[in-house]
Structure formats: structure tokens, C-alpha cells
Write a protein that binds this ligand. Structure first.
Ligand SMILES: Nc1ncnc2c1ncn2[C@@H]1O[C@H](COP(=O)(O)OP(=O)(O)OP(=O)(O)O)[C@@H](O)[C@H]1O
Ligand SMILES: [Mg+2]
Length: 251
């Protein structure tokens, strides 16, 4: 493992009964890069993410993060080490304001257990940092709006802010553009680029234009296996990749 690699998987495999959803996947993610994991529906992308964040245990293979074997660690442990997934369900409380949501994330990241009954003033010292985080995702003017009442794209920006509160070294994004219109896509793409400045990003994304614009490196999965890897140009000119996408109806 080179110093430059933040995440390395070797032979990562996941079987569900007789079915192998992920087969022998070896990936190297370079520190500081935006790395995309792409592939047709059912290729095994989310299953890979679930193994990386420890939501499911690999059937075989190893995962190393910053040189450390994390294959057997629990989700909370890998998060504490700096490998954090955004867009997790439950990331945002709809009845609380954007600011309150980020404050709670900050409080959690400091190891205090989240306590709804704690007085609001006890959280005030966190306001400054929370406002900074909201500003970094372009939500300053929505700080006092309820999370449930802002647009879909802004909710995702808020989810990114709550993830940034944990100060992840490696941030995993599963389909950040899913369900978004053009305007939101541009805004979130710019945001991803901005937050990638001092961290590594590994993302699953179906929007190939976004992948082309943002990614330094791309791994293509089909039927659970790595089909190709390289920069966008290399991958998009790959014959097998073109076939896999056309075969899956992606044109
Ligand atoms: N818990 C499970 N039990 C059985 N099969 C599963 C399970 N989870 C995923 N699979 C199967 O594993 C394969 C890979 O699924 P996965 O969700 O990882 O694909 P994906 O690349 O994320 O697809 P998509 O682009 O549609 O999100 C699929 O055939 C899926 O049906
Ligand atoms: Mg998926």
C-alpha cells in the first residue's frame, strides 16, 4: 500500500446465498482524489459501499484505510477513523432548522450522546462552527428554515454539512445527484468540488456528465466485478465498458 492510497480493497467479495453480488473487487483510492464507482444497475456498487462502511460484512477480502485493516471493525469505529458516508437516511431531522441539524451533528461528532432534552443554550457554543459549515455548503440564508421545508437539493447540501461536521477524511457519496434537476445538479457538483479540497471523495453516481466533470479516477463495475479503471477518457473509450452500458440500456 502506497502512502498515497487512503483506501485499498483486496479481493472484496459478497455473496447473498448462492448469488455473488460483489466478486474479487480490488480498488485503490488515492488520497485527495475524487474517485467514482460506476456501473449499470445491479453491478454491486451499493453493496461495495455497504462493505466499506461496515453495514454488511464481506464474505471474503480485505479493506484497508490509511494502512489499517478495517475489515472487521464496526460502523461507528470506521466513522471515528474518518471514513464517513453521506446521504444516510436519518441524516436530517425535518422538524428542526438547518442550523439545529448541523449543531446536533457537531455535538455527536464530539462524542456527547445526543440529548433532545438538553437546553438549547447548552448548544450555543456550537453555533459559530455550525454557521460556518452551513456557509460552506451555501445554506447561510436557510439556517433558520426547517429542514423539512427546504428544496430537495438544499436538503442534500444540508446532509453534506452534517457529514462535514464529523470532519471525514474520506467521504462516501452514494448517488448524490439522484432525483435532482439541472440547477441542483450544478450546485451540488460545485459543492462536491469545494468540499473535496482537503479530503478524499469516493462516490457512486449514475450521471456520467457529473462523473466526467468531477472524477480523477473511475472504477467501472459490472456484475460484481471490476471491468475497467482509469480516468474518464480511458474508461469511456473502453470497448467493454461501452458494451456493458449499452447492454444495460444506458445508451
Ligand atoms: N441483501 C441482499 N440480498 C440479496 N441480494 C442482494 C442484496 N443486496 C443486493 N443484492 C443484489 O446484489 C446485486 C447488486 O446490488 P447493488 O445494490 O449493490 O447494485 P448497485 O450497483 O448499487 O445498483 P443500482 O445502480 O441499481 O443502485 C443486485 O443483483 C441485487 O439484487
Ligand atoms: Mg445502488
Amino acid at each position: 500500500m502506497s502512502e498515497d492510497d487512503i483506501l485499498v480493497t483486496e479481493g472484496l467479495t459478497k455473496s447473498f446465498g448462492d448469488f455473488q453480488a460483489v466478486s474479487d473487487v480490488s480498488i485503490r483510492v488515492k488520497r485527495g482524489a475524487i474517485h467514482a464507482l460506476i456501473g449499470p444497475n445491479g453491478a454491486g456498487k451499493t453493496t461495495c459501499f455497504n462493505m466499506l462502511t461496515k453495514f454488511i460484512a464481506p464474505t471474503a477480502g480485505t479493506i484497508r484505510f490509511n494502512g489499517r485493516d478495517i475489515t472487521r471493525l464496526r460502523p461507528a469505529d470506521v466513522a471515528r477513523l474518518g471514513l464517513v458516508r453521506s446521504f444516510q437516511i436519518s441524516a436530517v431531522f425535518p422538524h428542526l432548522t438547518a442550523l439545529e441539524n448541523v449543531r446536533i451533528a457537531l455535538q455527536r461528532s464530539r462524542g456527547d450522546s445526543f440529548d433532545f432534552w438538553r437546553s438549547k443554550t447548552a448548544l450555543d457554543p456550537l453555533n459559530g462552527r455550525a454557521l460556518e459549515l452551513l456557509d460552506s455548503v451555501g445554506l447561510t440564508s436557510f439556517a433558520y428554515s426547517r429542514a423539512g421545508e427546504i428544496s430537495y437539493g438544499r436538503k442534500r447540501a444540508l446532509e453534506i454539512a452534517t457529514t462535514l461536521a464529523i470532519e471525514p477524511e474520506l467521504m462516501l457519496l452514494d448517488e448524490p445527484m439522484a432525483g435532482m434537476g439541472h440547477e441542483d445538479i450544478d450546485r451540488i457538483a460545485a459543492l462536491i468540488l469545494r468540499v473535496s479540497a482537503n479530503r478524499t471523495i469516493l462516490m457512486v453516481e449514475h450521471n456520467l456528465q457529473v462523473v466526467a466533470n468531477l472524477s480523477h479516477r473511475i472504477t467501472v463495475l459490472t456484475r460484481g466485478r471490476v471491468l475497467a479503471e482509469g480516468d474518464y477518457r480511458t474508461v469511456s473509450e473502453n470497448h467493454a465498458v461501452r458494451e456493458a452500458y449499452m447492454g444495460a440500456g444506458h445508451g
